[in-house]
Design a binder for this molecule. Structure first.
Ligand SMILES: [Mg+2]
Length: 348
């Protein structure tokens, strides 16, 4: 007899506005929700945010989830998450967003059974929080100025600007003019060559940027090293760092790693990645895809372990079927979360 009732739901979520990065433009995002209900009627909610860049689509997630849920059933205990994550990783290669969705649902269910929020399960202080950046996608320069002004009006004090165009300096100058006092991150999403990256970073440094994310392609680790050794600004690795085992390989060529749940395959692995990065003297940023609170809320609970957060994925959606951890003006309000679990609850 089955211990758990499970449900898989694939959804296409419209974005508030078309969102462009160096690799392309999206107008919507396909996600998959998974719900695991135990014999007491408690429900754990998880979300998958698959991206083709890492070999996944909503269809592959949907196809692999029954096999992953069979592992949950075989273990039969929602508190044995380390074992479940290991068995999922060993028996289902790749598919990190799908595995993460199950891990999130298990953490949500386990902490609901205990009646505590996820940060408490991890022994974290909810007041040790930080502010998430809000991302300005690539657009006409004037439109990027307007988006920056709108973000300032919504109270965001930290912005991340997508680069990788032939007018990167003009974009950063314009955003800086529109928001002189915000903290500013930039992300080239692999668009530059190593030489180009060093030149551009030289020109961008005077605009007061905190770091430059993924200047060169992940397939060019020597290029990343070349940039890191010459850069006037800290370098963050995103596409170059997926799981904890990647950290030692890039530790001598970046300052910051960008942890994303959709890349790493689970929340236990996410915490392992954070501590591996710390052991290598690196700082940690938690990022996200354009995705629902069903998969962003658990990342917000990691806030006390982070140096930077870019968890604005739900804010970029026209409508999110789930509410999550409140983030007024980007401030991750973990202490304001008055429910157990990840905090993800159905809103529509
Ligand atoms: Mg990035």
């Amino acid at each position: 007899m089955s211990e758990f009732a499970t449900e898989i739901e694939r959804r296409t979520l419209a974005l508030e506005q078309p969102f462009s990065i160096a690799r392309g433009t999206a107008t919507d995002t396909e996600v998959v929700f998974v719900r695991i209900e135990d014999a007491d009627g408690l429900v754990g909610i998880g979300g998958a945010a698959p991206t083709r860049h890492y070999g996944e689509t909503a269809a592959t997630v949907e196809a692999v989830l029954p096999d992953l849920l069979e592992i949950v059933e075989a273990v039969g205990n929602v508190h044995r998450i380390e074992q479940i994550e290991r068995r999922m990783r060993e028996s289902i290669r790749g598919n990190p967003a799908a595995r993460t969705a199950v891990s999130i649902a298990l953490h949500d269910l386990a902490t609901k059974r205990l009646g505590i929020p996820l940060y408490q399960y991890w022994g974290l202080d909810p007041t040790e929080t930080l502010e998430s950046s809000y991302t300005i996608g690539i657009d006409e320069t004037q439109t990027m100025r307007e988006k920056t002004e709108a973000a300032r009006e919504r109270g965001f004090g930290t912005l991340k600007v997508k680069l990788g165009t032939d007018r990167d300096e003009e974009i950063v100058r314009t955003v800086r003019e529109a928001a002189p006092n915000v903290r500013l991150f930039v992300d080239a999403n692999e668009a530059w060559t190593p030489k180009e990256a060093v030149e551009r970073i030289d020109r961008l440094a005077p605009y007061g940027l905190e770091f430059v994310e993924q200047p060169v392609p992940a397939e060019n680790p020597e290029g990343l090293k070349y940039v890191y050794e010459r850069s006037r600004l800290p370098i963050a690795a995103d596409e170059s760092c997926l799981v904890s085992a990647d950290v030692p390989k890039i530790a001598d060529r970046c300052d910051i790693v960008n942890l994303k749940l959709a890349k790493c395959g689970g929340l236990r692995e996410a915490i392992r990645l954070i501590h591996t990065a710390r052991a290598h003297g690196l700082e940690v940023l938690a990022g996200c895809m354009t995705e629902s609170n069903a998969s962003i809320a658990p990342a917000a609970h990691l806030a006390p372990l982070l140096d930077y957060a870019d968890l604005d994925g739900s804010l970029l959606l026209a409508e999110d079927p789930y509410d999550g951890v409140p983030m007024p003006g980007g401030e991750i309000d973990l202490a304001g979360l008055e429910r157990p679990g990840t905090g993800a609850v159905r809103s529509s």
